[in-house]
Each structure stands twice: as structure tokens, then as C-alpha cells.
Design a binder for this molecule. Structure first.
Ligand SMILES: [Ca+2]
Length: 540
């Protein structure tokens, strides 16, 4: 029997639908574009709107609530989500191990509640043979917290001259590929590369930022129109879907103030993605050098839509550094880090800690509405690129089949012909929730089973062309996604029976999968925590 194909799963963090070149964006991503040109792009692939839930769903083929990761990785107590990957689910590397795979991970984990002490929810205990990366969900790109190798603290590695997290993730992944070829050539491998770019803070190299000087000067209104034109021209989106309005909280570009600072924010964001793409290029070089390129299935996607969270001026160091551990108070050479979106400080360097804000996130998610956290298209629509020269015959193809994260596990197991396990350590695991996209390697599927989402009370059901979606605590909205992908014309009032039917299906799904009603989650959070993280403040 021929050896099973290798699998490289590349995930990035907080990126919009239309930032990369092959999805209509201004960012130079020649390596991702080449993967798209040599494989498939999906126009309607969806994540789960937030870092931890998306990772949990991706890794297990289940819904996040079934894995213990309902919101993030904070333990809510016995009545709430554990915030820790459950023992009663199976990860992709655990499933693949049964087929002789060796598994490697480089990058952000973010599905364990214990950040410093290794537990059963850390990568090596969840099927990976080797791990280098961070356990926590965010941090400095120059000196992240929880940097770990295997089960050991590796924070000293960030002290090396010129160290940068995006590069470290890329180079570690390429090194795994080369070492695997030398030491385990008889086995196939699974490599999970989980970048933190372009999640805030806005950290990037001067030479990458300089490349984008002037690239965004036309401003968000013009650039949103241009992106949509390119998306339509490429065939990813249909010409009859209009651009959503600019976020109503944001001014027209012509009236925006602090333009020099605003442009710098977007230039740094672009540079973060650019740096990731450069690293993906080095990974692809390693695949070519080792003769693996043609028989490796490479998958690229983002964990949630672009992020509109502002890092407030005056955010307390106590919260970021001490409580949340997502920042360092000082640079590696001892200078204080300046926190918050202060237009007097240009972002990018190690002593800054900023985000690019709502208006640019609105551009990143062109042509859709809303952002990370929400289940409207801006929160969950992601690029999905599949590249496998030996297994996918088409080059540069497009697929419009709606699909989402649980489908990845189902697809991989289908591709490598390994059954999904029924138990883990003698205990039963929930049946796989996803459906294989392998038939879509050849052509779009005629139909697919319903899809369901919930995050922080925001929720949706997609059945065929219909999407029922709710922005918590608001009412259900109903959209015809064939006519109105940008969710501009709410048809709930015209189709009350359809709304009632889909809402009932949602409730049945939520009950089955262990979704805790948002009211109860908020009550538990109020009882537990003193200070609320800045990204949760606007939520209730
Ligand atoms: Ca994320």
C-alpha cells in the first residue's frame, strides 16, 4: 500500500475574509496565492468566531461546547464551561496516530486552562509527538508568555537575537519537516502550524511595515469597494451581493482624524500577514526539498473574522500583564511597554501594544458585516485553501459548498481512510459532527447537512440557502444566502414559520451539544470575576 499523504494544517489568528491576495486583499501573500493557484479556494467556509472555540472544534471535529471550550480557556466552575479540552473527545493527531502518523505542532494552542503547568490538555498529552509554541491565546510577538517546548518552559528561547514569534513558528515547522524526512521517512506526518498573526498586538518588522507605506492611503471606503470588485472578478463572490455599509460607528475616510497613525496601524497589520506568508514559503521549501510537496495536503484557514477590539488607552498593566498574562510590562532590554491605542505612539515595535480598530477590521471583512465574536458573515467567514497536487486534480478551482470547522477532521479521516474512533481511553466519545469535503475535491456538493453555531449567545443555523442568525441579545434574523450573502435584507418578518422551524432546530442542537444559555454564563462570570477583560465589556 502506498504511504498515506502528509497533512499540513495552517491556521492563523483574527484575519478577515478579504485580506490575503487570493481573496481580494492588498497584502502580498505570494505563497498562499500559489497554494490557491495550485489547488482549491472555498468561498463559504466558516469558523466559530473566536480563538479557543475554533481551535477546539478544528482539533476534534466537534462543536466547541462538546469539548469543554464554550467561550475561552477560563474555568467557569462546575456549572459552566471548563475552559479546558475535555478528556472525552479525540483530537486529529490522536485519530491519525492509529494510522501510523507522527504529529508535530508549532504555534498557539489555547485550549488548556492551565497555562504554566503541563496537564492532560496540553499538546503532547493530546496526540502530538513534538510541540513548540504558546499555551496562551495572545501576547507579545517579541517575547510571548507561556513559550513552551514539549512540556517545558522555553521562554529563554525568545532571548535570542532577532527572535520573533511568527518566524519561530515557521522555522520550527520547516525543521520538523526536514527532521521527519531524516528520521521517520517511513511514516506520514501531520503538522499543525498555528500562527498568532495578525492577532493584536500590532507587532512587525520595520522592513515589512515599510513595504506597505502608501498601500492603504486611499482609505477604508475606497479599499472596501476595490476589494469587492476583485472578489467578484475572481468568482469568489457574486456580483449581485452588494457591499454592506461602512460600520455606522466609524467616520468616512475623508473625515477621519489621525490619518498617519491609522495608516500605520493597517500597515503593521498587513506586515504581520506578510511575515506569516514568508514563513509559509519556507515551509513549502522544506516540503519540496524533502520530496513531500506533491503528496502533502496543505490546508490554510483563519480561526475567526477580523477583530474590532480596541485596546483602550489607559488599560491597566495589572490586567494585561498580571491577570491575563497576555503582555510583558517591559521589553527584553528593559524599556517599559506603552499600552493602548494612543495615536501619539506608532505601533510595531516591542515597546508598543495596540490594535488596528473597528474601521480597518471592517475593511478586512469586506464585504461582510460584523467581526470576531459574532456569527454574522464578518465573524465566521474565512478563506479556506486546499492544496494537494497528487489528490486534488483541479488547479485554481473554486468551491461554493458551505462548510465549517468540524468538516476538517471528517475530511482528513476520509482522505487517509482511518475511521473516527468511538472511544478514548475506554470512554465513549461523541460522534463526529463534521462531514467530509473529499467529494468537493472534484466538484461542488449538491447539498450538505445543517450547520449550527453559538458563541456568547450569538448564534446561527444554516440550512441550504437559509441562514437564521442572532446577535445576542437581539432577535433572530433570517437571510437568503443565495440572494443576500452580505446579510442586508432581514426576511424574518416575511417567513415566521421558517424562523420558528429553524429556531426549534437550533434549540434542539444547543441542548444536545451542551450550549449553556448566555444569561447563565453572564451570571457565572459576574459571580466569579472582579475585573472584566476589555474585550468583554461591550458584550452584555
Ligand atoms: Ca482568533
Amino acid at each position: 500500500m502506498r504511504k498515506r499523504p502528509n497533512i499540513v494544517l495552517i491556521l492563523n489568528d483574527d484575519m478577515g475574509y478579504s485580506d490575503i491576495g487570493c481573496y481580494g486583499g492588498e497584502v502580498d501573500t505570494p505563497n498562499l496565492d500559489a497554494l490557491a493557484a495550485g489547488g482549491l479556494r472555498f468561498s463559504q467556509f466558516y469558523n466559530t468566531a473566536r480563538c479557543s472555540p475554533s481551535r477546539a472544534s478544528l482539533l476534534t471535529g466537534l462543536h466547541p461546547h462538546q469539548t469543554g471550550i464554550g467561550v475561552l480557556t477560563y474555568d467557569m466552575g462546575p456549572e459552566g464551561y471548563a475552559g479546558n479540552l475535555s478528556d472525552d473527545c479525540v483530537t486529529i493527531p490522536e485519530a491519525l496516530r492509529r494510522g501510523g502518523y507522527r504529529s508535530y505542532m508549532s504555534g498557539k494552542w489555547h485550549v488548556a486552562s492551565s497555562l504554566v503547568k503541563p496537564t492532560d490538555a496540553w499538546p503532547l498529552q493530546r496526540g502530538f509527538d513534538e510541540f513548540f509554541g504558546t499555551i496562551i491565546g495572545a501576547g507579545s510577538f517579541y517575547d510571548p508568555n507561556t513559550l513552551t517546548r514539549g512540556n517545558q518552559d522555553a521562554s529563554h528561547e525568545a532571548r535570542a537575537d532577532g527572535w520573533f514569534y511568527t518566524d519561530a513558528i515557521s522555522d520550527q515547522a520547516a525543521d520538523y519537516v526536514r527532521r521527519h524526512a531524516r528520521e521517520h521517512a517511513d511514516q506520514p506526518f501531520f503538522l499543525y502550524m498555528a500562527y498568532t498573526a495578525p492577532h493584536w498586538p500590532l507587532h512587525a518588522h520595520d522592513e515589512d511595515i515599510a513595504k506597505y507605506r502608501g498601500r492603504f492611503d486611499a482609505g477604508w471606503d475606497t479599499l472596501r469597494r476595490e476589494r469587492l470588485e476583485r472578489l467578484v472578478a475572481s468568482g469568489l463572490l457574486r456580483p449581485d451581493w452588494p457591499l454592506s455599509d461602512r460600520d455606522p460607528s466609524q467616520p468616512p475616510w475623508t473625515e477621519a482624524e489621525q490619518k498617519a497613525w491609522l495608516l500605520r496601524c493597517m500597515e503593521v497589520y498587513a506586515a504581520q500577514i506578510d511575515r506569516m506568508d514568508q514563513g509559509i514559503g519556507r515551509l513549502l521549501d522544506a516540503l519540496r526539498e524533502t520530496g513531500c510537496h506533491d503528496d502533502t495536503l496543505v490546508i490554510f484557514l483563519a480561526d475567526n473574522g477580523a477583530c474590532a477590539e480596541d485596546i483602550p488607552e489607559g488599560v491597566t498593566v495589572d490586567v494585561l500583564v498580571e491577570q491575563l498574562m497576555i503582555a510583558r510590562s517591559h521589553t527584553r532590554d528593559g524599556r517599559p511597554v506603552r499600552f493602548g491605542n494612543d495615536p501619539a505612539i506608532m505601533p510595531g515595535a516591542e515597546d508598543t501594544y495596540q490594535s488596528y480598530g473597528t474601521a480597518w477590521a471592517n475593511l478586512s471583512n469586506t464585504p461582510f458585516r460584523l467581526y470576531k465574536h459574532w456569527i454574522h458573515e464578518g465573524g465566521i467567514a474565512t478563506p479556506l485553501i486546499l492544496h494537494w497536487p497528487r489528490g486534488i486534480p483541479e488547479r485554481g478551482g473554486l468551491r461554493h459548498t458551505p462548510s465549517y470547522l468540524p468538516d476538517i477532521m471528517a475530511t482528513l479521516l476520509d482522505v487517509v481512510r482511518i475511521d473516527y474512533p468511538t472511544e478514548r481511553d475506554g470512554r465513549p466519545v461523541p460522534p463526529l459532527e463534521g462531514h467530509s469535503l473529499r467529494p468537493a475535491f472534484d466538484a461542488d456538493l449538491a447539498e450538505r447537512p445543517p450547520m449550527f453555531w453559538e458563541h456568547e449567545g450569538n448564534a446561527a443555523v444554516r440550512i441550504g440557502r437559509w441562514k437564521l442568525v442572532r446577535r445576542y441579545p437581539g432577535p433572530w434574523e433570517l437571510y437568503d444566502m443565495e440572494r443576500d450573502r452580505t446579510e442586508l435584507n432581514d426576511l424574518a418578518g416575511r417567513h415566521p414559520d421558517r424562523v420558528a422551524d429553524m429556531a426549534a432546530r437550533y434549540e434542539a442542537w444547543a441542548e444536545r451539544c451542551g450550549v449553556i444559555p448566555r444569561e447563565r454564563v453572564l451570571e457565572m462570570m459576574r459571580q466569579q470575576s472582579g475585573e472584566t477583560a476589555f474585550w468583554e465589556k461591550e458584550d452584555a
